[in-house]
Structure formats: structure tokens, C-alpha cells
Design a protein around this ligand. Structure first.
Ligand SMILES: C[N+](C)(C)CCCC[C@H](N)C(=O)O
Ligand SMILES: O=C(O)CCC(=O)C(=O)O
Ligand SMILES: [Fe+2]
Length: 353
């Protein structure tokens, strides 16, 4: 392991440098001489001791150093995940969690969250079919993200809002709120009523499809990570005037390790492409077509019929959803949740997140 002297001074866990009650640094890093070198260095079986020119002593447990050295770190930020197509997901036989165990036991909640982190979708069963009970469920794993659609939303095909979701039409696979600078992390769906036919929900793992593009055509994958796009929500119905714009590429990757963390895919809400020069536009359409072909492969489609009592949580940064057209009266409720706070709950339960 190699350590930089400024790093060793900066991470000093002595009482004057670090507050263990708040887990916050007290040391002003800018006051450390960038050429600092310890006066003396000593190491025994468990501890490294450094004495700095001003006499301050820093102690490091060797285990702590192993855990935190650059060499010891994987640069992966994302939690483990299993990319799936319909067969992989069905073979895995991921169980739904029972509502009571989800609400009343940490084991039930942990099992649910583990599945959600791995697959980007998870179900809770035997939920009382009301908006209030769905809200209680949602609040168990995260914080509700209030948006222009409200806190808990509740909708039928009444076109009360200027969006296709509020009709009986089919909706092709997409992620929601692509027109936010930070798209909502999680979407909760609970069908409270459906007297009619059709209306099944479609789920597709966007990360699985993106991985296929990376394997087949890495230059197209790269283009989808580089070209900025606008998505837009323009609504002008009685009482609702909204104009939201979000900018970002289809595939969002971490620049330090190319790990994919967010897919923004909504062909309905994609705005005019005016951020890209002429010669790139055509290549972008070709790359977008390759991704769309993967997303549309029937073997990648998971179809489920949402019924009263069965709540679905979808990772909106990863899994695309859609629906079949339907007839009759259909009532869906749900909400958006923040991702950070779901991860917070997962960590509290001891999961790697
Ligand atoms: C009905 N509900 C509130 C869930 C959302 C409707 C949002 C629809 C929008 N086209 C989008 O994809 O973001
Ligand atoms: O009606 C549905 O099942 C889903 C509609 C939809 O895409 C949404 O509400 O975000
Ligand atoms: Fe949607």
C-alpha cells in the first residue's frame, strides 16, 4: 500500500482532527502544508504512528488502512445487481414479500430490498387496496418525492392531466420523469380496481439491454452516453400549467469506471434534438435504434397483471415500464420515491448499497 503524506495527515482520527460523535472532519485540510512529511514514523503489529513536524501524533489501525487504501478499494459504486431478461427473472423465482412481514419485520423488509437492489423490481402482496395503505408501504422504504403529479397520485383514464398515461391507450416501454434534471428514483404502482380487459404491465431491464449494446457495438454505447438530449413535459389543461425540461444522455455512466447508473428512455417525452451537430445526429439515431431493438426483444419483456393487493416497486433509473391498452374502468395509485433514502434504509438493514 502506498500513502500520500497529505492524505495521511488529512485522515487523522485524533480528537482534534475528527469528531467521532458526528463522524465529521474538524481538521481544516487547507491548513495542511502540501509538502508535509512526518518527523518520525513507527509501526507495530497493529498500528502505524506518525509524528508531524508540529508534534501532532496520528495513529492508524493497520486494518483501517487496508480497508481504505486506494489499492484495497474497488472503485465500484453501485450495489451488486443481476441483469435479467424474462427467462432469467422467472427462473430466479423471486418471491413477493407479504405485506405484514414487510411492514412489521426487518427480515421481510430486508428480503424485499435485497431483491429490489438485485433486480430493480419487487412486489408486495396482500396490501389493502387503498391509497392510504400504499402510502404506508412506500414510506417504509423511502421518502415520497412530491412532484407536479402530487404526493400520492391516483389516476384513471379520464384525461384529467395532459398526458397519455391518463388514457386507455397502450404505452410503450419507458422511464418516467426523464424531463427532470434528476429523474425520480423509484415508482410505486398499485392497481386498486380494474373491471375490463387488457391493461397488463410491461417491465424491461434497461441495464440488460444496454449491456447487449455494449457487447455488440461499443461505439454506439459510447455515443448514447455522450450525446445530451432534452426531454420535456408541456402541459396546459385547466388548472395545470407545467413546463419541465431535463437534459442528459440516454445512458449515464460514472466517468471513473464507466459503470452504468441511470437510463433515461422515453420516446414520447423526448424533445427536439438541437444539442447535436449534423454529422452526429444520424449516428445517434442508429445507436438509439440498436438500443431500442434490444429493449423490444420479446425475450426481454416481463408481463404482469397488476391486481388489487399487489404493489409493484420499480427502479426508475434502471427498469422501463409500459402497459397494454385496456377497456373498462381502471384505477391506479402510487407515488415516486427518492433513491438515496431507499439506499439509506438498505444500509441500515446491513445490505451492501
Ligand atoms: C401518472 N403518473 C403520475 C404516474 C405519471 C405520469 C407521467 C407521465 C410522463 N409521460 C412520464 O413518463 O414521466
Ligand atoms: O397505466 C399504467 O399501468 C402505467 C402508466 C405509466 O406509465 C405511468 O403512470 O407512469
Ligand atoms: Fe410511466
Amino acid at each position: 500500500m502506498r500513502f500520500d503524506y497529505v492524505w495521511l495527515r488529512d485522515h487523522c482520527r485524533s480528537a482534534s482532527c475528527y469528531n467521532t460523535k458526528t463522524n465529521q472532519r474538524s481538521l481544516d485540510t487547507a491548513s495542511v502544508d502540501l509538502c508535509i512529511k512526518p518527523k518520525t514514523v513507527r509501526v507495530d503489529e497493529t498500528t502505524l504512528f506518525l509524528t508531524w513536524p508540529d508534534g501532532h501524533v496520528t495513529r492508524y489501525g493497520l486494518e483501517w488502512l487496508v480497508k481504505n487504501s486506494y489499492e484495497g478499494q474497488k472503485r465500484q459504486v453501485m450495489h451488486p445487481r443481476i441483469l435479467w431478461n424474462a427467462e432469467i427473472y422467472q427462473q430466479a423465482q423471486v418471491p413477493s414479500v407479504d405485506c405484514q412481514s414487510f411492514l412489521e419485520t426487518n427480515e421481510g423488509l430486508k428480503e424485499f430490498l435485497q431483491n429490489f437492489l438485485l433486480y430493480g423490481i419487487a412486489f408486495v402482496e396482500n396490501v389493502p387496496p387503498t391509497k392510504e395503505d400504499t402510502e404506508i408501504l412506500a414510506e417504509r422504504i423511502s421518502l415520497i418525492r412530491e412532484t407536479i403529479y402530487g404526493r400520492m397520485w391516483y389516476f384513471t383514464s379520464d384525461f384529467s392531466r395532459g398526458d397519455t398515461a391518463y388514457t386507455k391507450l397502450a404505452l410503450d416501454r419507458h422511464t418516467d420523469t426523464t424531463y427532470f434534471q434528476e429523474p425520480c428514483g423509484i415508482q410505486v404502482f398499485h392497481c386498486l380496481k380494474h373491471e375490463g380487459t387488457g391493461g397488463r404491465t410491461l417491465l424491461v431491464d434497461g441495464f440488460y439491454a444496454a449491456e447487449q449494446v455494449l457487447q455488440q457495438a461499443p461505439e454506439e454505447f459510447e455515443l448514447l452516453t455522450k450525446v445530451p438530449l432534452k426531454h420535456e413535459y408541456i402541459e396546459n389543461v385547466v388548472g395545470c400549467h407545467n413546463h419541465m425540461i431535463g437534459v442528459g444522455p440516454v445512458l449515464n455512466i460514472y466517468p471513473w469506471n464507466n459503470e452504468l447508473y441511470l437510463i433515461r428512455y422515453n420516446n414520447y417525452d423526448r424533445a427536439v434534438i438541437n444539442t447535436v451537430p449534423y454529422d452526429v445526429v444520424h449516428r445517434w439515431y442508429a445507436a438509439h435504434r440498436t438500443l431500442t431493438t434490444e429493449l423490444r426483444r420479446p425475450e426481454n419483456e416481463l408481463w404482469v397483471k397488476l391486481k388489487p393487493g399487489k404493489a409493484l416497486f420499480v427502479d426508475n433509473w434502471r427498469v422501463l415500464h409500459g402497459r397494454e391498452s385496456f377497456t373498462g374502468y381502471r384505477q391506479l395509485c402510487g407515488c415516486y420515491l427518492t433513491r438515496d433514502d431507499m439506499l439509506n434504509t438498505a444500509r441500515f438493514l446491513g445490505l451492501q448499497a
